[in-house]
Design a protein around this ligand. Structure first.
Ligand SMILES: O=C([S-])c1cc(C(=O)S)c[n+]([C@@H]2O[C@H](COP(=O)(O)O)[C@@H](O)[C@H]2O)c1
Ligand code: NI
Length: 554
């Protein structure tokens, strides 16, 4: 889809293509039992039924994000992901159709009508959104034209930014694939409207729902080939293959093209992969939406499923077991989505502070060894119940919210390492991003005195930390787990002692100082400067702080 003299093939992301989420088929879904409404451009032209009413089966809209935790959207590509499926699923979640179409009309793009139907796909009710083009000719649009359309609209700046970001990635992938500069990429006349509606509509809807984080489950890429304007292309389509780099995918999962470039651009630009770091994330599912694709469902519903929930930071938590059934101990599949870990949480209540309580596990999205998405809607093993976090977290009402974050814990035990190497090892681990390094002496087999090392690091530093651990120690293997840690807010105040300035680190909970600690390095430096014992400087620093506090209180 590059518009250049030397490279002139037409990029027809077109309604008239015959790909699987194909846009040209009238109603490929099994059975449209309620025609909700359609709306057009211009004077709010209505086609279909009941313009002005909401999709009857869509859940009531709500955009009242509460203050505790944040809104998270889990993308479950049951049968793939395409732009129209995204939009359908969001409407199904409760995004009001009238407001969405009104916002899209504000783009000033003519020549199409939008349609929203409630359909049944393999026993699952879903919302199907279609962009129906009329005969008006469409201009060729390059990335900058699309960006201009979006910029000129009255949408919120955040929506514009998101949509342009998605389009830019799409165009960059096309440029890479077709070997042309990104400015030469053009969105073919028909496909451009489709993509504009799907991408801008999706970004608008995500902002409407106040979604703050998007997690994407492994994407089934499908198989075979897809026919488009310039011939037959392999599945995944080249742009899709480029866009899903760094995201968990699996080959197959159904015949034909399951993830389109637009669907891939939305998932991978706005979301992050659901991986070991988000396993076990406490989440309360509030709404579920299904967006239907066009091709007829075969062995599973042809839907994209969106789970909208709240990632909770304190108090009651729900556990979503994604990528596994509700086993306490299970197996892991070849996609690295462990099956057992969450069951372990529920059974033992020993990780991340989640107590035993009444376990709530939603098993879904399990993948078998053949790489096929086994757990279909309707087969998902759901054993739900409320689960309380253990310990002081239960008293969420009384205790101010804490900031919870993921932390990776890496452990190893060695009995053959020169203890002198511990010091450089520790330094390297900190350089690699470790938050803490602990070493304890342990008696190991054959009566050998060894060393048990525990390294804490942010999950994203895990790989680099591991590399250093293997490079600088004699270990042949490590254990790793993801835990949750809660930290107090911190700030610094500086006081003057007889040895000079010393900073004090304060720990703050709900606006109250609950911890205060003179920084040891500062105390040591001040002690040297003032030729005083460190403990004296420590005492002076606390006294100076107390004095200042009392003075301010008066
Ligand atoms: O026509 C061209 S150049 C074309 C390129 C690509 C690449 O991956 S490159 C893909 N497609 C197909 O177009 C349809 C529509 O995709 P949307 O994302 O716009 O829905 C789809 O089948 C692509 O594989 C066309
Ligand atoms: Ni292309």
């Amino acid at each position: 889809m590059c518009n250049s003299d030397e490279h002139d093939h037409v990029h027809d992301h077109s309604h008239r293509q015959s790909h699987d989420h194909g846009h040209c088929h009238s109603h490929g879904h099994e059975h449209a039992y309620k025609k909700s409404h359609a709306t057009g451009r211009g004077q709010g032209r209505t086609a279909g039924h009941g313009h002005g009413e909401s999709c009857k089966y869509a859940q009531g809209c709500r955009n009242d994000a509460s203050t505790n935790g944040h809104n998270i959207l889990v993308v479950d590509p049951v049968s793939g992901a395409a732009g129209d499926m995204w939009l359908g699923a969001l409407v199904d979640l409760g995004v009001p159709w009238e407001e969405l179409t009104e916002a899209l009309r504000g783009l000033g793009v003519d020549g199409y009508e939008l349609r929203c139907d409630s359909v049944i796909s393999k026993g699952i009710r879903a919302t199907k959104v279609e962009v129906l083009l009329d005969d008006r000719p469409q201009p060729h649009r390059h990335l900058h034209h699309v960006a201009q359309i979006i910029e000129n609209s009255a949408m919120a700046a955040s929506v514009k930014e998101m949509a342009i970001r998605v389009f830019t990635r799409l165009a960059e992938s096309e440029a890479k694939v077709h070997g042309c500069p990104v400015e030469k990429v053009h969105f073919h006349e028909v496909g451009a409207v489709d993509a504009i509606v799907d991408i801008v509509g999706t970004c608008w809807a995500l902002a409407y729902l106040k979604v703050e984080e998007i997690l994407v489950l492994p994407l089934p890429l499908g198989s075979g080939t897809v026919r488009c304007a310039h011939g037959v292309m392999p599945v995944p389509a080249p742009a899709t293959a480029d866009l899903v780099r760094d995201f968990p995918v699996y080959l197959g999962g159904g015949e034909g093209e399951l993830v389109t470039p637009t669907g891939a651009a939305l998932c991978t630009t706005l979301g992050r992969p659901h991986d070991s770091h988000s396993q076990g994330m406490p989440l309360r599912i509030e709404r579920i939406g299904h967006g239907a694709g066009t091709r007829p469902a075969k062995d599973r519903p042809n839907v994209l499923r969106l789970l909208l929930g709240r990632r909770e930071e304190a108090g009651k938590s729900w556990l979503v077991c994604i990528g596994g059934t509700a086993h306490a101990h299970g197996h892991s599949d070849r996609h690295g989505q462990g099956h057992g870990s969450h069951g372990g949480h529920v059974g033992h209540g020993d990780q991340g502070g989640y107590g035993e309580g009444r376990g709530q596990v939603l098993g879904q999205g399990a993948q078998g060894h053949d790489g096929v998405h086994h757990s279909l809607v309707g087969q998902a093993g759901i054993c739900l119940g409320e689960m309380q976090r253990g310990g002081s977290e239960n008293s969420a009402g009384a205790m101010p919210a804490l900031l919870w974050e993921d932390v990776q814990v890496i452990e190893t035990t060695v009995d053959d390492m020169n203890p002198q190497w511990l010091s450089p090892l520790t330094a390297r681990l900190f350089d690699a991003g470790a938050l803490d390094v602990q070493a304890v002496s342990v008696m190991m087999k054959k009566g050998r005195l060894g060393c048990h090392l525990t390294v804490l690091c942010p999950p994203e530093r895990g790989a680099v930390v591991l590399e250093q651990l293997f490079a600088e120690s004699t270990t042949l293997g490590v254990r790793s787990r993801l835990e949750r840690r809660a930290c107090l807010d911190r700030d610094w105040v500086t006081v003057t002692t007889d040895g000079g300035p010393v900073r004090l680190k304060r720990g703050i909970l709900g606006g109250r100082v609950v911890n205060i600690h003179p920084e040891f390095d500062d105390c040591q430096a001040a002690a040297r400067r003032g030729n005083l014992p460190v403990k004296e400087i420590h005492r002076q620093a606390l006294a100076a702080y107390e004095e200042e506090r009392s003075r301010k209180a008066e």
